[in-house]
Design a protein around this ligand. Structure first.
Ligand code: PRP
Ligand code: MN
Ligand code: MG
Length: 179
């Protein structure tokens, strides 16, 4: 375990098992629909890579970078499109891939944007969510694990751009972000 991590919440094995489960459900739901799978950079890049390998139907993918947290540990509520999609979503079945739903502000903003661009359908898959921090009422269609209201990193999630490469998700030692 990394020395900056206080506790592992979900191991690499537990995460991969959940992704296999999600991949099977998504595969059956998207049969014949050629979804456009959208990765919300940067946090979702690890989940995206593992998830699409577990989806067995034909699909296309694209990437969008939005940022609401910056260097801070809590959401500013202001979502910024850092990199937009390369392709049009008009008439497409969209599956948005997120690492975590915290307040829900990032996703509700994104769903809004894609709706206005005339997507045919929009669904969300999020590997993690923090029920205690919910601000926006938002129904993710496919949800992985619930997390406690602690500062978590790993499996794509960062603190000041670090720890994204950890294969598990864990609680960051408070000493790291209070100093
Ligand atoms: C994090 C995370 C989600 C979002 C969740 O991204 O990856 O995208 O915050 O928070 P919310 O539900 O309160 O909006 P961040 O803005 O830190 O950018 P990053 O993915 O590049 O780390
Ligand atoms: Mn993110
Ligand atoms: Mg971040």
């Amino acid at each position: 375990m990394h020395s900056d991590i206080q506790e592992i919440l979900y191991s690499e094995e537990e995460i991969q098992a959940k992704i296999k489960e999600l991949g099977e459900i998504i595969s059956s739901d998207y049969e014949g629909r050629n979804p456009l799978v959208i990765c919300v950079l940067k946090g979702a890049f690890v989940f995206m890579a593992d998830l699409v390998k577990r989806i067995t139907v034909p699909l296309e993918l694209d990437f969008m970078a939005v940022s609401s947290y910056g260097q801070s540990t809590k959401s500013s509520g202001i979502v910024k499109i850092v990199k937009d999609l390369d392709v049009s979503v008009e008439g497409r079945h969209i599956l948005i891939v997120e690492d975590i739903i915290d307040s829900g502000l990032t996703l509700s903003y994104l769903i809004d944007v894609l709706e206005r661009r005339n997507a045919l359908s929009i669904s969300v898959v999020a590997l993690f969510h923090k029920p205690a921090r919910k601000v926006v009422e938002l129904e993710a269609d496919y949800l992985g694990y619930a997390l406690p209201d602690e500062f978590v990193v790993g499996y794509g999630l960062d603190y000041a751009e670090k720890y994204r490469n950890l294969p598990f998700i864990g609680v960051l030692k408070p000493a790291i972000y209070t100093r």
